[in-house]
Write a protein that binds this ligand. Sequence first.
Ligand code: C2E
Ligand code: MG
Ligand code: MG
Length: 439
Amino acid sequence: MPQFDTLTGLFSRRETIACVEALARDCGIEHLAIIDVELLRFGSINNAVGPDTADKIIKTAAARLLKQFSHVPVIGRLHGDHFCLVFTQSENLEDEISKLLEFAQRPMAIEGQIIVLGLRLGIAKGNASLCDGKTLVNHAEIALNNAKRRNLNIVEFSPTMVLEAQQAHEIENDLRVSLFINSNELHQALTNNEFELYYQPIINIARKRVEYFEALIRWHHPVKGLIPPLQFIPIAERINIMNILGQFIIDRACLDAANIPEMKGYTPGISINISPSQFQDAEILLATLERAIQTTGISSKQIQLEITESTEFCHVLEDSLASLKDLGVKLSIDDFGTGFSAISRLIELPFDCIKIDKSFIRDLVCSDTKTRNKAEKMISGLIRIAESIGLNIIVEGVETKEQLALVGAFGATLIQGFYFAKPMPFDQAISFRIEEETV
Ligand code: C2E
Ligand code: MG
Ligand code: MG
C-alpha cells in the first residue's frame, strides 16, 4: 500500500524514496533528476499566522504543485515545507525550473490574506555511479541545504558539497563544545575565549573622519584557525545560542567603545550587528544593552545597532525596535536590498540609517549594462529617498577608487569597504588614519 502524507495527499517521504528506487530500477538512475523544493519564508509566516493557517498554505501549495506538474511521475512531501519532484529523462529540467519559479510568484489568498511565498530549489541529477535512489534524494537535500547556507535560490548538487556538509556538522559540534565551556565558566571564558571582535571603520568622506567602527566577530579555533562569522553564526542561530554569543558581543563592543580615543575632537561610535534571532528574547537583548551601556559609562548615542533586513522585523520586531530606540541607540538596517522589505514600510519603523548591501556596489562596476543600470538606480534612488526623509545611508563593500567615485557622485557620504580598510583587531582599528589621497 503506498503511503501518503496525511495533510497534502502527496507521497510521504518513505514512499517518495521507494518510488525513486523503483524508477531507478525501471529507467536507470542516470536518467532521473530530483528537485527539492522549500517554501521560502514559511518559518516566519508560520510564526505570524499560526499553525492552522500555515497548514492551509502547505495544502494549497501541494494542490497547486499536483495540478501544474501533473506530468511529473512523483511528487512527495519530504517534511514540513519541503517537497520533492522526481523527473525522468523525458522532461527538460530547465523548463521545469522556470515553471517552478513562475509557480512561486503566484499569490495565494488564504483567510483574507494575500501570501507570496517564493521557493528555494536543490537539484540533483542521477548518474550511473550512484548506488541507489535514496542517495539521489539525499543529494537533492544536500544541494538545498547548501543553497540555504549560501542564501541562494537554486543550487545543483556537486560532490564537494558532501564534504562541506560534513565540515558544517563539525563546526556545529565544535561550537557546542566551545559554548559548553563558556557556560560553565562564563566570566573566565569571556576574557580568554576564542571569540574576538574585529573592527572595520565606517568613514564619513565629507568630514574625512571615522564615524563608526563596525564590530565583526571572529572565532579563533584552536585547531581550524580563524573561522569567519558566516560559517558559524547561522549554526549558532539554529542551535539557539545566539543570545549567549550576542551578550558577549554587546559587552565586548561597549567595553571597546569606552576605550576609543578621541580623534580630532570627536569620538567615533561602535556599530554592533544584532542577529534577528536575538529578538526572540528581546528582553534579554534590551537588558544586556542597558547594563553594558551603564557599566561602561558610554553614551548610548555612541552605539549603532545593525539589524539585517528580513521579513521578521517588519512584523514581529516593531515593539522591540521602539524599546531599543528609547535607550537612545541608533538603529540601522543591514544588507538592505537583499530581503523583502518595502521602503514604505521601513519608513514607519524607527530606523536612523540604511546600509546598502555590498552586492549593489559590486554590480556598479559589472560588465553587464543592465545589471549596472539597476544598481545605479537602486543606489541613487535610495540616497534620494533617504535624504528626503532624514535617514542616513551607509554604502558598504566599496573596494575600489572607481566605486568610491561612483557612489560619491550619487551623494553617498558614509562609506565602508576594503578600499579604506579591512576589519582588524581593536588596537589596530583605533590607530587607523584616513590617508589624505584616498578621499
Ligand atoms: P555585515 O554585517 O554586512 O558585515 C559586513 C561584511 O562585509 C563583513 O564580513 C566585512 O568583512 C565584509 N566587507 C566589508 N567591506 C567589504 C568589501 O569592500 N568587500 C567585501 N567583499 N566584503 C567586505 P564578515 O566580517 O565576514 O561578516 C559577515 C557577516 O556576518 C556580517 O555581515 C554579519 O551579518 C555577520 N556578523 C559578523 N559579525 C557579527 C556579530 O558580531 N553579530 C552578528 N549577529 N552577526 C555578525
Ligand atoms: Mg553589519
Ligand atoms: Mg552588511
